[in-house]
Design a binder for this molecule. Sequence first.
Ligand code: GLY
Length: 333
Amino acid sequence: MRMQVRTHSNVTHIDFLPLAELQERLPSKAVIVTDDVVSKLVESDHRRVTVPSGEPSKSMSTYVDVVQQILSLGIDRNTIIVALGGGVVGDLAGFVAATILRGVTFLQVPTTLLAMVDSSIGGKVGVDTPQGKNLVGAFKPADQVLICPEFLDQLPARQLTNGMAEVWKYGFIGNAPELEKLRGGQSPLTEIIFDCLDHKARVVEEDEFETSGLRATLNYGHTVGHAIEKVLGYEMFLHGEAISIGMVVEARLGELIGLTEPGTAAQVAEDLASAGLPISWDGLRDTEPLIAAMRSDKKATGGNLAFSLLTRLGDCKLVRDVDQESVRAALTA
Ligand code: GLY
């Protein structure tokens, strides 16, 4: 299976391939950036920089460390940076590829479901800062994405479920028929990954730099989800788990402000719970740190909160200047 994503910056070629063919597809000029868990899964003679697994590696200090290690290898502008790993490695390595020598070719090999369906395409790369998630970065679409679904056979069950949060998100925001497929539970994972990428590709081609509000719909559940991750110091919940809770809260928020069809939040919660994802967290009652974190979300303007909210299942839009009282009520309902 193949797909292309055409943006202002480049064309991303996406290929699905067996794991056995991966080695021969990695160019000899590649420097692989990976983490200490994934590194053990792929043997190759390529130069390699390894970071600790987990969100804390998506930091300014790890970025500087990786850049220094790669520069010390004696690279040139024909060097290709390969991200081998999940979303953390992809975002970190992509930011390195965007900036080292003012930008070199970038290849993504996503090894988690979350990275396969979301973060490996669209070019959002970067690192977290103490002020919030993804606040420093660039748009650097990969030139090539190589998807080996066999990686998922080795993925811990929690990580697979984590990725399913982003899969359900696509269904909630604009692909209602996908919801029926997901509820049926019969579709092969490869077909689900392809459908999600197809959805994201169309969105990114139309609104690469998130200016029209269309791409912001991919952020459904993320204003609250990122805030949860931030107040917890990126521990306790994985990204997909935090946005799962975020999707329920934001559906409730939409209902409270009269935008979202009544009953939507209950359906979102039922679907996510059936997928084994968390739909609530006691810490939501402590609203002020969460709201403070939401103010540093990139969709917020002038300190006013913004959310990508459902109008109904299968339709989503960016809503600015949402009043804080409603946000408090949605968090604590
Ligand atoms: N993950 C959301 C986006 O790429 O815009």
